[in-house]
Design a protein around this ligand. Structure first.
Ligand SMILES: NC(=O)c1ccc[n+]([C@@H]2O[C@H](COP(=O)([O-])OP(=O)(O)OC[C@H]3O[C@@H](n4cnc5c(N)ncnc54)[C@H](O)[C@@H]3O)[C@@H](O)[C@H]2O)c1
Ligand SMILES: [Zn+2]
Ligand SMILES: [Zn+2]
Length: 367
């Protein structure tokens, strides 16, 4: 079939919206008609050429939600009409990582996905017979996509798909960092650095876990206001003294849980240093620039602080994205304030501009 899609032709250049070909789903694959897709930093990171593993041409986009149109041979868990959220982090339920409760990093299709291919090593996207590679296994800046069954989470049909799209990346990443990676304990003190989509999700996750104090730190007053809406009990303007202030306000000890959601290695360091001696856990969500490293004075670790990273919030996508969406439907998570702009596929480059200007939290493409 012919679909309209936003193609990255050349790094550093605007995406080009055009008609390309999408082949039907092969064995184990599913054709999804997209209803909505968020514009995320990773798309821009790749489009800019900053990502060393990036390639072109490709169809970007990974924060998608839509409706199953048809399924390939052997697909048993999905059928036409099902509502799905796309997963750049799949869940095969069989590999050694999927079988462990300790990680969400499924090993099943990693290698081919990173190279831009579906699991069988080919693409369903093409133009004039020339293959176009997939991006993050999702390629959701398009009217439709073909994805492996193991990379789609079936969600409640009554959940609006524009809201569901945010669970495909940013929101689940933040929520999950608090709920599944850090497993915040009730009554604890948490500090979240950064109040973008990921940090705001982490604030909401801390609240859902029953944290007593949730301090959110950012440079933007508007974003700090949103953090209050997600459950931050205190909001602070970021400055060079943030670590000292956290220590002062916690009897000199530091916070039980800290979360970094800025992508800045200097802030990651602050998050480590403001974690409590004895048991403080710092969870790093941000993606740092190429070649950057995180400086930690080892004394902070010897005295009982721990540091861990979190990819997609530790969320096991097929099992837990539907659960998070259900919590939204139950009224536990307020998703609407995150959708700041609704745009068409033709305006996808505008979505990038809005993101660079930090105008709003998320632009969502509606198809
Ligand atoms: N781990 C994952 O799986 C995953 C998934 C999605 C995004 N990310 C990464 O998470 C990070 C955050 O994503 P986002 O979409 O929320 O980004 P964002 O740019 O919207 O938000 C970052 C926030 O950090 C704030 N900030 C800047 N300097 C600060 C400082 N010194 N102290 C406190 N706050 C400061 C900014 O004002 C901004 O509000 C990015 O690095 C992104 O690439 C990771
Ligand atoms: Zn993303
Ligand atoms: Zn797996």
């Amino acid at each position: 079939m012919q679909i309209r899609a936003a193609v990255l032709e050349e790094f550093g250049q605007p995406l080009k919206i055009q008609e390309i070909d999408l082949a039907g789903p092969a064995k184990g694959e599913v054709l999804v008609r997209l209803e909505a897709c968020g514009v995320c930093h990773t798309d821009l990171y790749t489009a800019s050429g900053a990502d060393p593993s990036g390639y072109a041409p490709t169809v970007l986009g990974h924060e998608g939600a839509g409706v199953v149109e048809s399924v390939g041979e052997g697909v048993t868990s999905l059928q036409p009409g099902d509502h799905v959220v796309t997963l750049f982090s799949p869940q095969c339920r069989e590999c050694i990582h999927c079988q462990s409760p300790k990680t969400n990093l499924c090993l099943a299709i990693r290698e081919q996905q990173n190279k831009g291919y579906l699991p069988d090593g080919t693409t369903r996207l093409s133009r004039d017979g020339d293959p176009i590679r997939h991006f993050m296994g999702t390629s959701t800046f398009a009217e439709a996509t073909v994805m492996p069954e193991i990379a789609l989470a079936k969600v409640a049909p009554d959940a609006p798909l524009d809201r569901c799209a945010l669970f495909a990346c940013g929101l689940s990443t933040g929520l999950g960092a608090a709920m599944f990676t850090a497993k915040v304990e009730a009554g604890s003190t948490c500090v979240v650095f950064g109040a973008g989509m990921v940090g705001l999700g982490a604030v909401a996750g801390c609240r859902l876990q029953g944290a007593e104090r949730i301090i959110c730190v950012d440079l933007s007053d508007d974003r700090l206001e949103l953090a209050k809406g997600q459950g931050a009990t205190e909001v602070w303007k970021a400055d060079a003294n943030t670590v000292d202030r956290i220590l002062e306000e916690t009897g000199g000890f530091g916070a039980d849980y800290t979360f970094e959601a800025t992508g800045l290695v200097g802030v990651m360091r602050q998050a480590v240093e403001s974690a409590r001696m004895g048991w403080g856990l710092c969870t790093v969500c941000g993606v740092a620039g190429k070649g950057e490293t995180l400086d930690i004075v080892p004394r902070f670790l010897i005295t009982g602080r721990r540091v861990c990273g979190s990819s997609f919030g530790g969320v096991k996508g097929r099992d837990q994205v539907p659960e998070l969406v259900q919590r939204y439907l139950d009224g536990d998570i307020d998703v609407d304030p995150f959708i700041s702009h609704r745009i068409t596929l033709d305006d996808v480059n505008k979505g990038f501009e809005l993101m660079e200007a930090q105008d709003g939290i998320r632009s969502v493409i509606e198809f």
